[in-house]
Design a protein around this ligand. Sequence first.
Ligand code: NAP
Length: 227
Amino acid sequence: MHVFVNAAMSADGKLSTRRREQVRISGPEDFTRVDRLRAAADAVLVGVGTVLADDPHLTVGDSSLRAARTDRGAPANPARVVVDSSGRTPVDARILDSEATTYVVVSSAAADSRRQALRQAGAEVVVAGDDRVALADALPKLAARGVETLMVEGGGEIIYSLFAAGAVDELSVYVGSVVVGGRDAPTLADGDGFVESFPNLSLEDVRRIDDGVLLEYAVTGRSTPDE
Ligand code: NAP
């Protein structure tokens, strides 16, 4: 499976405010770029923190991109994936509507009542991991459902875990011209943080878009500080 992460952060590396409220970081040209990326993916993944904070829809906005997908025999929108250990996704979340297939990946600890409620709301429930979703177990289960190209849209916890699992192939970061601040505001990669070996990136492209900069990286492996 090919996994690419795309996120927008402020000039100081924040994905949103300390209240976990969305900030307008990018502009119309970048929205168009993100829409094209979504249209090229088999599935778009977020953590449940993003669902609870933003209630995203994660569908393709441009009708000609949706038509191009159906022309090649694909569904109009990519599948949507929520990583959600205990099944906290609200049953009225926009991500569960009928516009696309939605996989909610829960752990074995998720209550049967939550699994049932999510299924009734339209989700396909996938189980991976014991107390918390194990991504190394979840990704092959998504691949078995036809997901070859996976776009990850955040947030910081899930992005960190995917790097920690060695699952990320490419990273695109849009750096907007705004400062958000806040020691508790989500950053591009949160989690526990790396201390001994760090994912290594190779900078493939730099482009000015709207009033910000797009940085495109390939992930080249892991290194220790003295390498
Ligand atoms: P997140 O990464 O969206 O979701 C994290 C949650 O996923 C965890 O709390 C955990 O909840 C669940 N999870 C299950 N298995 C996991 C695993 N193996 N590793 C990590 N998480 C796992 O949440 P977030 O970091 O709080 O980010 C949300 C914030 O980011 C929001 O404020 C949103 O606005 C912002 N955001 C910004 C962008 C951008 O591009 N600027 C994009 C997306 C989101 P359980 O323990 O309940 O399973």
